[in-house]
Design a protein around this ligand. Structure first.
Ligand code: IFM
Length: 455
């Protein structure tokens, strides 16, 4: 059982971290770019998913989003003015290969990212590019079932090759995938993310192809990019049993197996966890000879997206793993209902270090959604997000003090944006976006982060 107690570390300062620590903010293509029909961009699975009634809570889509495709200079100015030294963004595969693959990449799509990356460098922002943040070309979904097929692994490598050849002279930090758990399980088991499939076996096979494509892309990126730093970003959670009972403890172990170990074990050379494989029986993915060796390609860093811990109970009959995440009463939560636990971040990072020992760790996302208050003078008060940020930075320092090689923190997100199935209802930004006027207003949390970074 856990109380989710927070570390008591008031007065966190930038100088508590080393001078070369990466301070950043994160975004992703489909969530901010809009302009889905411009520059020769093809359709993505999210364009299609959003068109189905009831898939998105407010009936919206990323068709316009933050109109970042046109307003990127202003957005990069915002990042620069925050005082961050790194900017994490993702590249939209359908802008580069509108049909998923092809003889030649789409010049207009690559030219957009040329301008964007040059804009970052001009502003002193180190570009951190994610190759896949969920916007698969719809054509690949239709041709052979998207990530459920090994053909998509081959297509991903062609896409990676084209992008890294073009941008690798300026981008040195490459993240292959963002949160493969979400792509696999939200998209192919729960069905509440694109492409909206509900099949556990498919989700596991998708997951296998994602990890395989990551491993095969690592040497390819290194071959194309002098001085490349390559990693993957996982959404990871500290997991606690709902009670001291042996059944709940075993359930927490199984849940940890599917949420955390299923990814970290093969990435760090240990194959899939045997206890979960045994439990899955014939649901387990088809693995070909050489796949595990490829998946374990050595990386330069692990990207961790940390949002919340999970408390798990034994739940016979509840899915193949017979586990259920249970709500703990009285726990502080964001507007999404996610528990707030800076201590969970310390627990998670120290556990990752103990069990897998990545060379370097970057928190590539951490953030919160609250119902922000717009004051009559237009200022945005978001006291809770500011407190969340401050306490998680304190937790980051505590993890470093405990020996975790944590070398960067990227706040999610620079801008309010399209929050997937939640549409525009949930706001995670340090900057408020008025979706009617596209006006950007730095929130109190953003002003606090800027002050913190200014030292
Ligand atoms: O908005 C998402 C992001 O795309 C991936 N990580 C979690 C964020 C908040 O839900």
């Amino acid at each position: 059982m856990t109380t989710f107690a927070s570390p008591e570390l008031p007065g966190i300062r930038r100088s508590d971290f080393p001078p070369d620590f990466r301070w950043g903010c994160s975004t992703s293509s489909y969530q901010i770019e809009g302009a889905i029909h411009e520059g020769g961009r093809g359709e993505s699975i999210w364009d299609r998913f959003c068109r189905t009634p009831r898939h998105i809570r407010d009936g919206s889509s990323g068709a316009v989003a933050c109109d970042h495709y046109h307003r990127w200079p202003q957005d990069l100015d915002l990042a620069r003015d925050l005082g961050v030294n790194a900017y994490r963004f993702s590249i939209a595969w359908p802008r580069v290969f509108p049909q998923g693959r092809g003889e030649r990449p789409n010049e207009a799509g690559l030219a957009f990212y040329d301008r964007l990356v040059d804009g970052m460098l001009e502003r002193g922002l180190e570009p951190w590019a994610t190759l896949y943040h969920w916007d698969l070309p719809q054509a690949l979904q239709e041709a052979h079932g998207g990530w459920a097929s090994r053909d998509t692994v081959a297509a991903f490598l062609e896409y990676t090759d084209a992008v890294t050849r073009r941008l690798g002279d300026r981008i040195k930090h490459w993240i292959t995938h963002n949160e493969p758990w979400c792509t696999a399980f939200l998209g192919h088991h729960e069905g509440n993310h694109a492409p909206g499939i509900m099949n556990y076996r498919t989700a596991l096979q998708v997951c296998h192809h994602l990890l395989l494509s990551h491993g095969l892309a690592v040497p390819q990126i290194r071959a194309n990019v002098a001085g490349a730093q390559v990693g993957i970003t996982l959404s990871l959670h500290p997991i606690f049993p709902a009670s001291d009972s042996l059944a709940d403890q075993a359930a927490a172990m199984r849940h940890d197996g599917s949420r955390n170990r299923w990814f970290l074990d093969p990435l760090y050379g240990r194959h899939y966890p045997a206890d979960v494989v045994a439990r899955l029986g014939d649901l387990a993915p088809i693995v070909q000879r050489g796949d595990f060796e490829a998946m374990a390609a050595p990386t330069d860093f692990l990207g961790v997206n940390y949002y919340f811990p999970e408390v798990v109970a034994d739940a016979p009959g509840h899915g193949p793993l017979a586990t259920q995440v249970v709500e703990q009463p009285g726990v502080e939560r964001t507007a999404f209902g996610w528990p707030v636990s800076p201590q969970g971040m310390v627990d998670l990072l120290t556990r990752i270090q103990r069990d897998w020992a990545p060379a370097r760790v970057y928190l590539t996302e951490n953030g919160s959604t609250y119902d922000d208050v717009v004051l009559p003078d237009g200022r945005i008060e978001d006291t809770q997000r500011r407190s969340y940020l401050e306490r998680h930075l304190a937790a980051a320092r505590q993890a470093r003090d405990a020996g975790v090689p944590l070398e960067g923190y990227f706040a999610w997100s620079l801008l309010d944006n399209f929050e997937w199935a939640e549409g525009y209802v949930r706001r995670f930004g340090l900057t408020h976006v008025d979706y009617t006027t596209q006006r950007r207003t730095l929130k109190a949390s953003g002003r606090w982060y800027a002050g913190f970074l200014a030292g």
